[in-house]
Design a protein. Sequence first.
Length: 587
Amino acid sequence: MSRARKRTSPLSGALGRFKPAARDAGAAESPWASPAVEAQPGPGAEAEAEGGRDGSDPSAQVPEPRAERTSRRRLRPGTPARGLPRRRRPGSGAQRTGASGAGALTQGALGKVVDVATVVAGNRYGVAALILVAVSALYGAAALTRPGEPSELRGASVPVEAALVACPAAEQAARLSLVSGGEGEGTASVTALDGKAVAEVPAASALFTGEVKRGTALAVRADGGVAAGLEAAQTVVGKRGISSVPCTAPATEHWFVTPGPGAGGLELHVTNVDDVPATIDLDAVSDDGSLDTTDGKALDVPAHGTRVIKIGETLDGLGMIASDVRVLTLRVTATSGRVAAAVRADAGSKGADWATATAEPATRVIVPGVPGGGGRRTLYVGVPGGQDAQVKIRALTADGAFAPEGQDVLDVPARTVIPLDLEAALGGRPAAIELTSTRRIVAGFAAIGADLALGGAGTPLDGGTSALGAAPAPARGTGAQKAREAASLVLTAPGKAATVRVVPLTDSGAGTATEVEIPAGRTVEIPLDAPAVRVIPLPGSGPVYGTRIITTRTGQREQVATIRTLAAAPLTVTLPPVSDSLTSVVP
């Protein structure tokens, strides 16, 4: 008997634990119920049965089976009970239709993998082990495919290959000067806005000068080697003095600080050199405060066209609210397209001049090239924003930097521009004015004598730029009234010392360059003999600001005729840094 108990099959015990619970006879059998498992007699079953037949007590021979437990785990159809071999479905493995040879072996191996995964999934430690293996594989793949340390990326510097500037229509016949700082082959053209050729520009010329008819707005285009460092300007010599205006690139915003219509006539010239129309808005503040008006809004500028707006005389020019303004800060904003803009101020018997566009509002502003000599020197400081500003003033001359006595701090109300006389502080010396403000400001100046000359805040001439100098006009007049014009370059280094290379330019090419040192915080004035010059700051120099000044001399009397703030004309453009490939790790 005991031997029969020892030979009891362990499978029969497992079957006893998974014996399905009895169902009601009348209950419908669920299609999702697990199939009934029928126990097969084990090797010791016969002996136990015989023991029962020969009169022995079966209860003494066969131990009481454990109470049956109904498993709470619901088995999906076809899912084997834990501990039982997986039942093969019909048509699975190699028996499936079309599965034979290597395909049958692959499907059979896959079935074994699924069997192992099923058994492991039933063990919580097995699941944890699988997760650990998966995470380790992921991190291993990431470590093997990790990109190397990124190299330092630097943008490339390439020459400018295309340039476009627009010149406003002059009030009378003007002299056009054009220079290029590039090298190599290229072309340049000067055309009217309708595309009609106005002048032919020799490809190999470093300096081109030509006459332009009155009232003709121009477009100057260059490509190839000629485009780098392209500069153009118009100069007018007439009975009312000399005036000059730079040709500027189209943009979406321009700022001007000038005498207002109350001091004489004021015209805004807006030029559109593109193929699509442009729309502009005008905003202004004056010495009496902000000019709040709906006039001067949504003004159309046709494609390849120009528009002259008389400030303070028409509704387009801000209306009558601006008619008596003595000092004006004017902002031109292109709400669609882009335009080039210039302002011409007419002081009546005191002459006329074009206002150079000033630098955009900032808390630190440099106004270079306030000329020396006699006459009035008036600084204009404007606050376009809605908060008052306190402005510190410092003058930079050839003798050094100083704060004007009694004028070292200037309080400027919000949305206001105010004038400040400088002739007493400067004492006839050429200078630059450094303004440091608690709020963003704009600035400019006027030199008033026998002629009117206007200047504005500048931008630094960084490395890789050039600037057009002056083209002295021929002598005019006769006898004792004969007047001669001269030109000079006024350069300032407001921060650290700087060294620049000044290259004279003529119709035949570039002349011998001269290096000029500018001490820190000082201003130097350089006489010009050539029709034009190129100014190039040398590497390691601090920021340099400058102007070109043309003066007239009649007998012993010298007067400032016109001023032009130098602006950078790029020789090169820096491309953004890029990588040669993209590297990524995707789990």
